[in-house]
Design a protein around this ligand. Structure first.
Ligand code: ZN
Ligand code: ZN
Length: 407
């Protein structure tokens, strides 16, 4: 088999991996570059010309892994979990730059192999900050490659990693994400430990606003646990309320629990006669009306930067002893929209705490995957410091973008 990282040996996000056997040629992940620059905008046989690829596989629904799937030629099949696609579409239905996915996709499911000529691709659920993320095992020509996608072992599903890797067993080649290779090698705090930190910092506030990703379902659980320990009501905004209907009924949500409210932000304006109203807002209308009352007690609520106007409006009436927990990757704070939001919070005298755990593998996760799958070669990608992988293995293969490696 041949492996070529089209893009991603020197960058995080926007990573495209090409794997070819004698009879099949696939791409893993096709998303946007995190800095917004469109590197490698056109790929012959994938986005232009006659198709030469047999499939594109999407590991999870983060923008940097799937954001460009509409650019793929119609004749090239795209494999992606239906659930991940639905979550993506639900979130983006509420945003200005509607993220509707226009192309057909074929469902990917845990453990269900996709066979393309002489190649077999098997998805395994893995712990990451996006719900329903996959690692992919690729088998062809008697060789086995594990592509980790984005992963970690310190979320609520982290304990499952060991078993998954044992099930996969010995592999020939590991292609691993290396997001944290450019950071100091510290053991990441777990989501469970994050609960303790948030409780500690926020227990004396009456209102806690969690600035977080709406698709980070582990963080929703964390928010619920903080609420339980600090005697606060949980309020989900309308977007999160919809996402939770798709993913699990194990987390209390607006429709399955009396104790969870729904907030409809001002920025969400969908006319009552629109299809979208019936689908995304009508089921929660009663709960939205009731939630007005909850806003006068102690509560914890997820927020997004688009809710700036809401916070200003609620500041004097409702938010009288309030803090914001910034619970996302710190890098976003460089972006104008986040800067503006955080500056405004300071102006309103709202305290801000940075409390977050990464969605990416720390050194314990690298060690775990290498020890259990015992690969003959390890290629790092989705990283800004690929050489650092040598600290974890003497089998490192350091590639540049577009360089071909054969096994
Ligand atoms: Zn990523
Ligand atoms: Zn990701």
């Amino acid at each position: 088999m041949q492996i070529k990282i089209l893009k991603g040996t020197n960058q995080i996000g926007g990573v495209f991996t090409e794997i070819s056997s004698k009879e099949a040629k696939i791409i893993i992940d096709f998303g946007d570059d995190l800095d917004g620059v469109k590197r490698l905008e056109n790929i012959e046989g994938l986005t232009t010309g006659e198709p030469i690829y047999d499939g594109v596989f999407i590991t999870h629904n983060h923008q940097d892994h799937m954001g460009r799937i509409d650019d793929i030629l119609d004749k090239v099949p795209v494999y992606m979990s239906d659930l991940s696609k639905k979550i993506f579409e639900t979130v983006f239905c509420f945003s200005k730059n509607k993220g509707k996915i226009n192309r057909k996709t074929i469902n990917l499911e845990e453990g269900k192999a996709i066979i393309i000529n002489d190649m077999k691709i098997i998805p395994y659920i893995v712990d990451h900050s996006a719900y329903n993320s996959f690692m992919l095992l690729i088998e062809a020509e008697g060789k086995r490659i594990l592509h980790t996608g984005d992963f970690r072992n310190h979320g609520y599903k982290g304990v499952l990693l060991e078993n998954t890797l044992k099930k996969i067993g010995k592999i020939d080649l590991l292609i691993t994400e290396g997001t944290t290779l450019s950071r100091e090698q510290l053991k990441s705090k777990t989501e469970a430990e994050l609960v303790d930190d948030i409780v500690e910092k926020t227990k004396d506030y009456d209102q806690v606003l969690m600035l977080m990703s709406t698709t980070n379902i582990d963080r929703v659980t964390t928010m619920q646990r903080v609420a339980n320990r600090t005697g606060k009501t949980v309020i989900h905004d309308i977007v999160l309320s919809n996402v939770l209907q798709l993913v699990t009924q194990k987390i209390p949500n607006a429709l399955n629990s009396k104790n969870v409210g729904v907030y409809l932000p001002n920025s969400v304006y969908i006319k009552r006669d629109k299809e979208e109203y019936k689908k995304y807002i009508a089921p929660f209308q009663e709960k939205i009306n009731e939630t007005g009352q909850l806003l006068h007690g102690k509560f914890i609520m997820n927020i997004r930067v688009s809710m700036l106007k809401d916070i200003e409006r609620l500041k004097d009436k409702v938010l009288n002893n309030c803090c914001v927990v910034y619970s996302m990757w710190e890098g976003y704070q460089e972006e104008e929209i986040y800067k503006r939001f955080l500056d405004k919070m300071k102006e309103l005298n709202i305290d801000i705490y940075n409390l977050h755990v990464s969605g990416h593998a720390d050194y314990t996760a690298f060690n775990q995957v290498i020890e259990i799958t015992n690969p003959n070669a390890v290629i790092p990608m989705h990283t800004e410091n690929k050489e650092k992988i040598k600290d974890f293995t003497d089998k490192a293969i350091i590639l540049d973008d577009m360089e071909v490696y054969e096994i």
